[in-house]
Design a protein around this ligand. Structure first.
Ligand SMILES: [Zn+2]
Length: 342
């Protein structure tokens, strides 16, 4: 009984999905007299390649892209297919994979370790924090993988960007060995340079990950972008512009657009409105629109200062004092125009 119900249910499912097989079957009807037979038009079933599942030892792999890349839906599997093994039953992949799926990996988050190579490895592998990748500064060609890309690593902490929160769930974390900042007598943070060879490694790694998961420019960020009140890494010495110019990685503004916004600012008036609640509300809203987790209040508070600072680390690294000056404001507007939230 159960079996026949199953068969009925299955054939219903096949028919309701408009399978070519079921239509052909119904087309085999008794032939009418010698009159001309017109073959029914083939149904418009979406064409899709058969799933090719490769086997390697106990592991199964699937590496075919079946979906529409323009929708950011994708069905490439880069690792082994992880499956259940229920006792007494068989998990079969006859209908694998369904088209309606996408990647969990939506972001790439860059960090610096503020530790040397050995300590970075020790802390990121033996303690409560981790990253998917660690980029050393030893001048070799090695990049250390610490966590499977399909799993969460613990690098972002409390974080947000646009409508997403807690980005450990949806990001690939990359730690870069760098000693981190020191503070001068006035409290200003001084950041050390990154090694050129190390940056080339980072660029190649980010490019590879971003291409495979189709991660948009707006989602390639620093830790300070997604946690501006808590974090400063990778800091103002991280060469975001170089990565944009030379590798087409991440966001950067167009200079003429920035200049156009800049030329609309009248210095005398701008100086006066710096403390104006309406203007503060306006730029807080613009920061939030770009992606920063800042709630507009009209008050220049600590969170606002730190968010401006984080913005400057990324987009105006020559001066990161946390003040919304005319150039910072022009760059922010140019970025919002270029990368509008959907
Ligand atoms: Zn970090």
């Amino acid at each position: 009984m159960r079996n026949s119900l199953y068969v009925i249910g299955l054939s219903f499912a096949i028919i309701s999905c408009g399978s070519q097989k079921s239509v052909q079957k119904s087309a085999v009807t008794p032939k009418p007299s010698p009159t001309k037979v017109t073959t029914p038009a083939k149904p418009q079933t979406p064409t899709r390649p058969n799933a090719v599942i490769k086997h390697e030892g106990q592991n199964e792999f699937f590496k075919v892209n079946l979906a529409n890349a323009a929708n950011n839906d994708n069905t490439i599997s880069y690792g082994s297919i992880v499956s259940a093994n229920p006792q007494g039953y068989r998990v079969v992949k006859t209908y694998f994979p369904a088209l309606a799926q996408n990647f969990r990996q939506k972001y790439i988050i860059l960090h610096y370790t503020a530790l040397d190579d050995d300590k970075s490895v020790m802390v990121l592998t033996q303690q409560g924090v981790s990253a998917h990748y660690l980029v050393n500064d030893l001048g070799d060609r090695d990049i250390y993988q610490l966590v499977d890309e399909n799993k969460r690593s613990y690098h972002a902490g409390v974080s947000s960007w646009r409508t997403d929160k807690m980005l450990n769930d949806t990001s690939i974390g990359i730690e870069i060995v760098n000693s981190g900042y020191t503070t001068d007598s006035s409290g200003y943070r001084i950041f050390p340079d990154f090694d050129d060879e190390q940056i080339k490694k980072v660029a190649a790694l980010v490019k590879d990950i971003a291409t495979r998961y189709m991660i948009p420019a707006t989602n390639i960020l620093g830790h300070s972008d997604i946690a501006p009140t808590r974090k400063q890494d990778p800091g103002p010495k991280f060469p975001w512009k170089k990565l944009y110019d030379e590798y087409q990685i991440g966001m950067w503004y167009d200079e003429p657009v920035k200049q156009s916004f800049y030329s609309q600012i009248i210095p005398e008036e701008f100086g006066l409105q710096m403390t104006n609640a309406q203007f503060i509300f306006k730029y807080q809203t613009a920061l939030k629109m770009l992606g920063y987790g800042l709630e507009p209040s009209g008050t220049y508070d600590d969170a606002t200062k730190k968010t401006i600072e984080a913005f400057q680390y990324h987009f105006r690294p020559a001066n990161y004092d946390g003040v919304m000056d005319a150039e910072t404001w022009a760059i922010l507007q140019a970025l919002n125009q270029k990368y509008p939230a959907k």
